[in-house]
Design a binder for this molecule. Structure first.
Ligand code: DHB
Length: 488
């Protein structure tokens, strides 16, 4: 724990402050204030220094969340290298723990417990440390508190980035090589952090909290199944799932700071089916407005029925995923909706694939008419817990006295709004499983394609048969991180 204001007081005494002023920013990293931890990864035990619950801003409003845990391999304090890195060159891995747009504490390297019978696996943070990355896991405020509404979580992540850059010379790791990671809502925030570097849209909020007055752009983004682009996610969902009327929805709640999920099955009624069609009908105009192109430069578009080259492109990505699985020895022979000939995946029955993936959300998937979704709560204010954030849901609202969120607040949560407009990260790795139904496949495809079209380096794939989850391919993730960090 740090005592941020003592530094300020000492500085004031030294320079004889007249009016109280922050002559030394209070969030100064103290390398001598740590605990030692032993971690074991793949049978190897090693030591790290743990600096936990460091408050990242001078004037926190929820200090438990506006904080970062920093872990540094002990080797870096003895002039040694770990893998390809030294204390000067080690990238800083920035995994957020955000789920469901809930408040998230900074992460720790404690072991993950797997299914019963399986021994505990090393956490993502522990594996990162074993590979020589410095780890800074930021907390962030979330939707359940009056001060945690949008854009609080992204402001907190930016404050953490600024803390690391402000303290770059005082700690091992290279703050010009910050690599963000997150899953789902955390994936969306990871993408938003990478897209929106130094954007003036967050300057007032950061200044009010007393964040360090330095840049907040980052080097790279890893995002698993990002639940982003929320104002277009309802229509994207129905573009994919319209016609699938049975659902298995997941209710998200919070227990002891862990996000809990419970499955509830049902079937859409006639009114919901009409709503699904209305939402689907909105999607082609939005998609076409983006003027996306595939990697060969061909336009990606949709006709008014939702068919066209964009749909074919999404299908080709799922087919590529099946091919990768097949090449790796996965048995696909039981899948009647996949055409496989001579070791080559030649086609997919799209409707059957979508039915197999299955609908999880009711229309509108995100902006619920009764303000019942987590996203409605995300877009509340300090005095109004839940709001709409699309005009369609506002028009069809069923909740008493409902209001619509300020458009600027909605924009501030959407990575799409900042790509190439702000200082966008150069390197991206985006993963979204083919079995993920939490948002439409169109959402990560649009994100990845927008980045690619603007010249950013994007490693994008839809891992075969993977449901809504993240950090399932750590060997590949850390190999990618090492590659982009050491490239000349
Ligand atoms: C998450 C999942 C959702 O379906 C959603 O709408 C928002 C967040 C999550 O797992 O973080």
């Amino acid at each position: 724990m740090q005592f941020p204001f003592l530094g300020t007081l000492a500085a004031c005494l030294l320079v004889a402050c007249g009016t109280p002023q922050l002559s030394t920013p209070p969030m100064q990293f103290d390398p001598s204030h740590y605990q030692t931890r032993q971690l074991t990864v793949a049978g190897q035990t090693f030591t790290v220094r743990a600096y936990e619950n460091l408050v990242t801003v001078a004037r926190p409003v929820e200090a438990a969340y506006q904080a970062v845990n920093i872990y540094v391999p002990e080797a870096y304090f003895h002039g040694q290298s770990v893998g390809p890195f030294t204390a000067q060159t080690a990238p800083i891995f920035l995994p957020n723990q955000i789920g469901g747009y809930m408040p998230a504490k900074p992460g720790t390297p404690t072991a993950r417990t797997g299914p019963p019978g399986e021994s505990a696996r090393a956490s993502t943070i522990a594996v990162a440390l074993s590979k020589g990355f410095v780890v800074a896991s930021p907390g962030a405020r979330g939707r359940t508190t009056p001060t945690g509404k949008a854009p609080a979580a992204i402001v907190d992540l930016k404050a953490a980035v600024r803390y690391l850059r402000f303290n770059d010379a005082r700690m091992p790791g290279d703050a010009e090589k910050i690599i963000s990671n997150g899953t789902s809502a955390g994936g969306a925030l990871s993408a938003l952090l990478g897209a929106s570097g130094n954007s003036p849209d967050y300057a007032a909020a950061l200044a009010a909290l007393g964040a360090a007055d330095v840049r907040d752009d980052i080097f790279a983004v890893s995002a698993y199944c990002p639940i982003t682009n929320l104002e277009h996610a309802d229509s994207a969902y129905e573009w994919l799932f319209s016609g699938v009327n049975d659902y298995k929805k997941i209710d998200i709640s919070m227990l002891d700071f862990q996000v809990q999920r419970k499955e509830v099955a049902g079937s859409l009624g006639a009114e919901q089916i009409r709503l699904s069609s209305a939402l689907k009908a909105q999607f082609p105009a939005y998609l076409n407005s983006l003027a996306l192109r595939d990697p060969q430069g061909q336009p990606l578009a949709l006709d008014s029925a939702g068919n066209g080259s964009f749909q074919a492109y999404v299908q080709s990505l799922v087919i590529a995923s099946a091919q990768t699985a097949l090449n790796a020895g996965t048995d696909l022979s039981g899948l009647a909706w996949l055409t496989v000939q001579g070791g080559v995946v030649r086609g997919i029955d799209w409707d059957a694939y979508v039915r197999t993936a299955g609908r999880m959300k009711l229309p509108p998937a995100f902006d619920a008419l009764d303000l019942g979704s987590g996203e409605n709560q995300l877009f509340g204010t300090a005095s109004v817990d839940k709001q709409h954030f699309t005009s369609l849901a506002t028009q069809r609202n069923t909740a008493p006295g409902a209001t619509q969120a300020d458009a600027q607040m909605v924009k501030q949560m959407n990575a799409m709004a900042y790509i190439g407009v702000a200082r966008t990260a150069a390197h991206w790795r985006i993963r979204h499983g083919t079995k993920d139904r939490d948002t439409s496949l169109a959402i990560p495809v649009i994100l990845a394609t927008t980045l690619q079209n603007q010249g950013y380096a994007v490693d994008f794939a839809l891992p075969w048969d993977v449901p809504h989850s993240g950090d399932y391919d750590l060997a590949e993730l850390f190999a990618w991180m090492a590659r982009i960090s050491t490239a000349p």
